[in-house]
Design a protein around this ligand. Structure first.
Ligand code: BT5
Length: 235
């Protein structure tokens, strides 16, 4: 499947994910929606995503897929491309792309009409962040001092996602999980996972076949978590 065969480009949208959802009927798999800025960029769980001009904000319409494995695959693809660009990136479970703990990219997947909308926000040429996030966010520009041509970076990422999606569709889960382990900033660490129901603390020991995070709790028992907020504790 070709990703980016059709690309819709807007100077401004509320959210590329929302626009992509509105396109679903009749839109081909692999269709991409990109906006220079978003008025209501969305994070997970109704959070806001700061999306001014200078960033790379886009969504891809994919076919059916596993709602947990697709974002893992996208995270790995992003890491590969950012590493090629010389950045020392890692993945904080489930799919924050970080450089020394600061987030450079976020991924939001939504299931709609049996399809997956994969939304990616990458802080490209952003020179400053609002106070609320300036300690936890970074950009390619802030890390390297260079400015990037958005279309070129987009093309690299779409290529990486096309390869990753194809190998997932062919059932090659193992290489995806191995790459994820390689980039992980979470495995081996003491973590706390918070869900609306509970908080769980333990050592992150592996990523499961379904994208869940395996924890070893202090009593030695093991538990798999599929969703939640992860904070890293100590070494
Ligand atoms: C995410 O949410 O990390 C998913 C972000 C997905 C954004 C893309 S842009 C294209 C597409 N269209 C959309 O409307 N969304 C997708 P989450 O893990 O919930 O992280 C949100 C939190 O990250 C916020 O509460 C802030 O603390 C922080 N944050 C907000 N904007 C940021 C930014 N530009 N860079 C780094 N951190 C940010």
């Amino acid at each position: 499947m070709e990703i980016g065969g059709k690309i819709y480009h807007f100077t401004e949208l509320n959210s590329t994910n929302d626009f992509a959802k509105g396109l679903l009927t009749g839109a081909q798999e692999g269709t991409v929606v990109v906006a220079d800025s978003q008025r209501k960029g969305k994070g997970r769980l109704g959070r806001n995503w700061y999306s001014p001009e200078g960033g790379l904000w886009f969504s891809i319409i994919l076919g059916k897929g596993n709602g947990l494995l697709i974002p893992l695959m996208a995270g790995v693809a992003l890491c590969e491309i950012l590493q090629e660009l010389g950045l020392n990136v890692s993945i904080k479970w489930p799919n924050d792309i970080v450089i020394e703990g600061k987030k450079i990219a976020g991924i939001l997947t939504e299931l709609e009409g049996g399809r997956v909308i994969l939304g990616i926000g990458l802080n490209l040429n952003i020179s400053r962040f609002p106070d609320e996030i300036k300690e936890i966010a970074t950009s390619l520009f802030l890390e390297t001092g260079k400015t990037y041509v958005r279309e070129e970076v987009l093309k690299l990422i779409l290529g990486g996602i096309e390869r990753g999606y194809e190998s997932l569709s062919n059932g090659d889960l193992q290489s995806l999980l191995d790459k994820w382990r390689e980039y992980s900033a979470t495995l081996g660490r003491e973590v706390e996972i918070k869900t609306p129901q509970r908080a769980l603390r333990g050592r992150a020991i592996d990523i499961a076949q379904d994208g869940g995070l395996l924890l070893e709790l202090s009593d030695g028992s093991k538990e798999k978590v599929l969703a939640g907020e992860c904070s890293l504790k100590g070494k």
